[in-house]
Design a binder for this molecule. Structure first.
Ligand SMILES: Nc1nc2c(c(=O)[nH]1)N[C@H]1C(S)=C(S)[C@@H](COP(=O)(O)OP(=O)(O)OC[C@H]3O[C@@H](n4cnc5c(N)ncnc54)[C@H](O)[C@@H]3O)O[C@H]1N2
Ligand code: MOO
Length: 412
C-alpha cells in the first residue's frame, strides 16, 4: 500500500502556486502577496500632533505652573487636513488638532487638558518638553522601506498598511476557487425529510468550511447520485471556474462508484489505497488543459475530513504560494491506551488540552499537554469527530500504545 508521505509528496509535486494577479485591496483578503511592497513616502509623511491642544515653542511655556499659568495669544487654528503651511512665532501658539501638521517653529504640543481651552488667548498651566505629543515623520516607516514582503498573507492589518502606503491594488496569489462535489444516491439535503435508506448530506458542509478556513474560496454543488454520467456532466459544468475540485464518496470497491468510474478512463486520476486509517481509499489527479487538481476523497465523513487535513490543506497552501508540507504536530501524553492496525498510520480523534494547547508551556516531551481519545473512533462517527480538537497520530509500526505514552498530535 502507498504510504501517507508518498501520497502527499505526489500531490505536492503536481500542484503549482496559482499565477499572481492584480487584486484590488477590497478583493485581496486572504491572498498571498507576490511582490515586495515598499513605501514611496515616509510614514507619517509629516510631523503631526498626537493630541488636541496647542502647538508651542517649548521655551515659551517653560515657566508655566498651576498657580502662575503662562498666557499666550492664539495666532491660528490648524485642523487635520489643513493644507496651508503654517508657522508659530515666538510668543504665540497655534490651536492644533490630532493628526494636523505641526507648524514650522513649534517644537511641542500642549494637550488641551493642561490649559483653559482658550481660543483667542490661552492660559497654559504646565510646561511641555521639546517633542511633547509630536509624531515625527518617518517614525513608522521611512521612505523606500519594505513594509511587506512577497509571501505575506494579507489579513486586516496587512491590507491596512498597503492602503497606508498608497496602494489600491497589489500583485498576489489569489485564494484558490475550490468546488466541492459529493456523490451518493442515499444523500438528501439537510432540512428535507429523510426516506428509508437515506441520510442527510454532511460532507460538503465540512469540506466547504475546511476550504474557507484554509484560505480558499469554496463553492458547494448539490450532491449527485451514483450515475457516473451525471457526475461527469456536473464536473464538466464546474471545471472551467475551478482551481481545484474536491469530491467525496464513490471511490471504493462497490458496484456503484461514480467518481472512480467516470475518472478512471481519463488516465490522469489515480485511485489507490493509502496505508492510513481512516481514509484508506484515495484518489488524486489533474483535469483538463489547465491541469486542475482533483482530490477524490472517501465518503465516510471522518475519512473525508482527515483526508482534507492531510492532503488538501497542504495542496491549498502550495496553490496560495505558501510553504507546504505535512500538518504540524505537537507532543502530548495520551490519557488512555490506543490501538491501531498494523501497517497503517492511524489518525485517532482526541481532545488536546493543557500544555501549549491549554495556554501553558509544553516541553518537547509533551510535558503539560495531554490528549484524551474520544469515544467512537469509527470513520462514520461524525458526532465524535465534532467533539475532538486533534488527531492523534499512531505510526504504521505501532499497534498498541499504553496509557501515559507521549504521542504526536495534529491540532485541528
Ligand atoms: N469491500 C470494500 N469496501 C469498502 C472498502 C474496501 O476497501 N473494500 N473501503 C471502505 C472504506 S475504508 C471507506 S473510507 C469507504 C469509502 O467509500 P466511498 O468513498 O466509495 O464512499 P461511499 O461508499 O460513497 O460512502 C461511504 C459512507 O459514507 C457515507 N457518505 C458518503 N458521502 C457522504 C456525505 N456527503 N455526507 C454524509 N455521509 C456520506 C455513505 O452514506 C457511506 O455510509 O468504503 C469502505 N468500503
Ligand atoms: O478508510 Mo475508511 O476511511 O476507514 O472508513
Amino acid at each position: 500500500m502507498k504510504t501517507v508521505d508518498a501520497h502527499l509528496a505526489e500531490i505536492l509535486e503536481a500542484v503549482r502556486p496559482l499565477d499572481p494577479v492584480e487584486l484590488g485591496l477590497e478583493a485581496a483578503l486572504g491572498s498571498t502577496l507576490a511582490e515586495d511592497v515598499t513605501s514611496p513616502v515616509a510614514l507619517p509623511p509629516f510631523d503631526n500632533s498626537a493630541m488636541d491642544g496647542y502647538a508651542v515653542r517649548a521655551e515659551d511655556v517653560a515657566g508655566a505652573t498651576e498657580d502662575e499659568p503662562v498666557v499666550l495669544p492664539v495666532a491660528a487654528d490648524v485642523a487635520a487636513g489643513d493644507l496651508e503651511p503654517r508657522a508659530v512665532e515666538r510668543g504665540f501658539v497655534t490651536r492644533i488638532m490630532t493628526g494636523a501638521p505641526v507648524p514650522e517653529g513649534a517644537d511641542a504640543v500642549v494637550p488641551v487638558e493642561w490649559t483653559d481651552g482658550g481660543t483667542v488667548k490661552v492660559a497654559i498651566r504646565r510646561p511641555a518638553p521639546v517633542g511633547n505629543a509630536i509624531r515625527r515623520s518617518g517614525e513608522d516607516v521611512r521612505a523606500g522601506n519594505l513594509v511587506l514582503g512577497a509571501g505575506a498573507v494579507l489579513g486586516p492589518a496587512q491590507l491596512g498598511i498597503l492602503a497606508g502606503v498608497g496602494r489600491r491594488a497589489v500583485l498576489a496569489h489569489p485564494r484558490p476557487r475550490v468546488v466541492v462535489l459529493c456523490t451518493g444516491a442515499e444523500l438528501v439535503e439537510p432540512g428535507t425529510p429523510l426516506g428509508h435508506g437515506q441520510i442527510w448530506e454532511s460532507n460538503s458542509y465540512t469540506l466547504v468550511a475546511a476550504v474557507q478556513q484554509a484560505g480558499g474560496q469554496a463553492s458547494r454543488r448539490s450532491a449527485v447520485g451514483d450515475d457516473p454520467y451525471e457526475f461527469s456532466t456536473v464536473l464538466n459544468g464546474v471545471i472551467g471556474e475551478a482551481d481545484a475540485v474536491i469530491t467525496s464518496g464513490g471511490i471504493s470497491m462497490g458496484a456503484y462508484e461514480p467518481v472512480k468510474e467516470a475518472l478512471s478512463p481519463l488516465g490522469t486520476v489515480r485511485f489507490e489505497k493509502v496505508a492510513m486509517q481512516p481514509g484508506m481509499p484515495q484518489g488524486f489527479g489533474l483535469l483538463g488543459e489547465r491541469h486542475v487538481p482533483i482530490f477524490t476523497l472517501p465518503g465516510n465523513p471522518v475519512s473525508s475530513y482527515v483526508s482534507f487535513v492531510l492532503y488538501v490543506k497542504p495542496a491549498l497552501d502550495r496553490m496560495r504560494g505558501l510553504p507546504a508540507g505535512p500538518p504540524v504536530t505537537v507532543p502530548a501524553t495520551t490519557t488512555s491506551a490506543l490501538r491501531s492496525p498494523a501497517g497503517k498510520r492511524s489518525f485517532l480523534r482526541g481532545v488536546l488540552s493543557g500544555g501549549a494547547a491549554g495556554g501553558g508551556v509544553a516541553d518537547e516531551r509533551g510535558g503539560g499537554a495531554v490528549v484524551a481519545p474520544v469515544h467512537g473512533q469509527g470513520s462514520h462517527q461524525l458526532a465524535a469527530l465534532a467533539l475532538a480538537n486533534a488527531l492523534i497520530v499512531v505510526p504504521e509500526d505501532v499497534t498498541d500504545v499504553p496509557e501515559g505514552t507521549v504521542v504526536e498530535v495534529i491540532p485541528l
